[in-house]
Design a protein around this ligand. Sequence first.
Ligand code: NZQ
Ligand code: ZN
Length: 387
Amino acid sequence: MQNFEYCTPTRLIFGKGVIEKLPEVLGGIGKKVLLTYGGGSIKKIGLYDKVLQLLDGFEITELPGIQPNPKYDPSVLDGVRLCKENGIEVILSVGGGSVLDCSKAIAAGACYDGDPWDLISYKVKARKALPIVDVLTLAATGSEYDCGGVISRTETNDKIGYIDPLLFPVASFLDPCYTFSVSKKQTAAGIADAMNHILEQYFCEDATLMNDGFCEAGIKSLMVNGRACLDNPEDYTARAEMMFVCTLACNNIMSLGNSDSGWPMHGIEHALSGYYDITHGEGLAIITPRWMQHILSERTLPRFVKYGVNVFGIDSGLDGWAIAKEAIDRTYAFYESIGIPMHLRDVGIGEERLSEMAHHIAANEGLDSAYVPLSEEDILSILRASL
Ligand code: NZQ
Ligand code: ZN
């Protein structure tokens, strides 16, 4: 078991109606609020009006229009400027992972005099960040319980995971009812994203029995509850458990003491959405079974056998290679069954830029030290197999 440190200072406020506590929580932090949100879903579900009504007496500045795969320019830059101009004391993110990730970059940029890209690109370490509170409306990323944000810079095709302990939200409001309106496409992408967060932790060199059980239960829960959410979008129990698993799936709590896998599938996917602006969870679902196939070997076989037997209930008496193949096929079939397009071509990605992306990934994502090290050639081969 590896050494580790763990500290997640975020207060989770979970369940139906918890939004009523928003004024109390926010009031303890500051009165000058930057309210960040996306393209309008929070207005459609009445959450925008509810937040404004609850925050009567607060001084609110708004940053609307944050896009999926949030952009440095204009959203992060506009947010930083608004914080500085208005003496913002706290950022309130209302929306999905993209709004929250953007808010995290703004929180750090607002306390820095130079170009915020210095921080996101790790040229300069942030010394301070504004506090963040979020009301989550989409179960997927786990951003509500971690200290990372993923920011895209269109002109360079960069999509960078910006991680700093200063960026943990102070409090996350998690009311599953706000996820009832999430489309089938985004619900399925959320299931795939969170499943992949767990798989990234599960497929590693050393794992404890405890963590394996935690991960296996998490994946099974996502498969069962995710499907129930798709069948009945207003199934509170299913939406609630899905939200809870997603929240736990990305802050490393499921792999404390395991060796680090290097998160190879995320390394590859970030280039896909950096170059083509595709939906993150869909990109991951496409890459996952091809990556699995690529890394299957004598060395990794026992992990695949364990995954196949414990997650899919495949007969442990079968030959190990047969179990592994079946486990990969079932992973693919599950994603397909929840409506995810399973080829890069289906999401508008052709052969043209695969080599360029493989080069970009190899140069920037450090995958030569992943659980199974991936060279540029390996990455290209996984991308080709995903076409
Ligand atoms: O913009 P609006 O109108 O709000 O619509 C959004 C958006 O179009 C919509 N939506 C959100 N809540 C809704 C809703 N529609 C109806 N009802 C609701 N209640 O869903 C669309 C997608 O939203 P987005 O925030 O982009 O989705 P998600 O939460 O999956 O976030 C994806 C981003 O998170 C990053 C991804 O790379 C991607 O940029 N990630 C962040 C991580 C982190 N911070 O730890 C880890 C992940 O691995 C991931 O990389
Ligand atoms: Zn992810």
